[in-house]
Design a protein around this ligand. Structure first.
Ligand code: COA
Length: 202
């Protein structure tokens, strides 16, 4: 695998994906403080100092060993609004397994922005980092999240029954995945949507 962080600004048709910077705190807080956003994430939204700590940890995050997470802010090209974030977690360097995640501000839902951004970070995961398999784990009731990965051609591999519990509620989980070979055969037949360009701006 190639674990060097790309000095890239990722452009898609409507979005820029780039590392978070300290001035993004307001845009980050706008969705991380919302209970609705954490409904299917098996934890409460962070508040106060915990939220500040979570954001500053994000700015200093490393991507070197299993468990580390690479996160990009998703901003709208037309006005720079922070729409949300996409991430890749190093599930196993040895087996080249990555977990994709995505969290968006509901103010910007329903326009395909999450799908567009997740497509771009999955492209980066296969083309730059060299993952063999990228998977997503999501609450079985999280229809919006299932919609994102299904639009991108991920296969539903598993339905885990009551494998987690939060606030006294048992939850089921789906696991979706895509292999490098599946991504590559699609990439050959259609040009990648994301254009990854080297930029010194980030
Ligand atoms: C999961 C989450 C990102 C999905 O958000 P979303 O708005 O449904 O996803 P998108 O931005 O890709 O928008 C898709 C919707 O826009 C529509 N759409 C409009 N234009 C579109 C376009 N150009 N391309 C794709 N979809 C488009 C789709 O039809 C879809 O609508 P539908 O839900 O009625 O089927 C969001 O609900 C979220 O952040 N939730 C909280 C955090 C979370 O649960 N994360 C996942 C953890 S696993």
């Amino acid at each position: 695998m190639n674990l060097s962080l790309p000095p890239f600004l990722i452009e898609t048709s409507r979005l820029f994906l780039r590392p978070f910077v300290s001035s993004d705190f307001e845009g980050y807080t706008a969705y991380h403080a919302l209970p609705a956003v954490y409904r299917y994430l098996y934890c409460d939204p962070p508040a106060g100092d915990a939220l500040k700590q979570q954001f500053s940890d994000l700015l200093r995050a490393q991507f070197m060993q299993d468990g580390d997470v690479f996160t990009l802010a998703v901003t709208r090209r037309e006005d720079g609004a922070v729409l949300g974030e996409v991430l890749l977690k190093l599930a196993s360097i040895n087996a080249r397994q990555g977990e994709v995640g995505y969290i968006f501000n509901p103010d910007f839902a329903g326009s395909g922005y999450a799908t567009e951004a997740v497509r771009a970070i999955v492209d980066l995961g296969f083309a730059h980092f060299g993952f063999h398999r990228i998977f997503a784990r999501l609450d079985a009731q999280n229809a919006g999240s299932s919609g994102v990965v299904e639009r991108l051609g991920f296969r539903r591999e598993a339905h885990l029954i009551e494998n987690d519990c939060f606030n006294g509620r048992w939850g089921d989980e789906y696991i979706y995945a895509r292999l490098f070979s599946e991504w590559q055969s699609q990439a050959r037949s259609s040009s990648l949507q994301a254009r990854i360009s080297v930029s010194s701006a980030v």
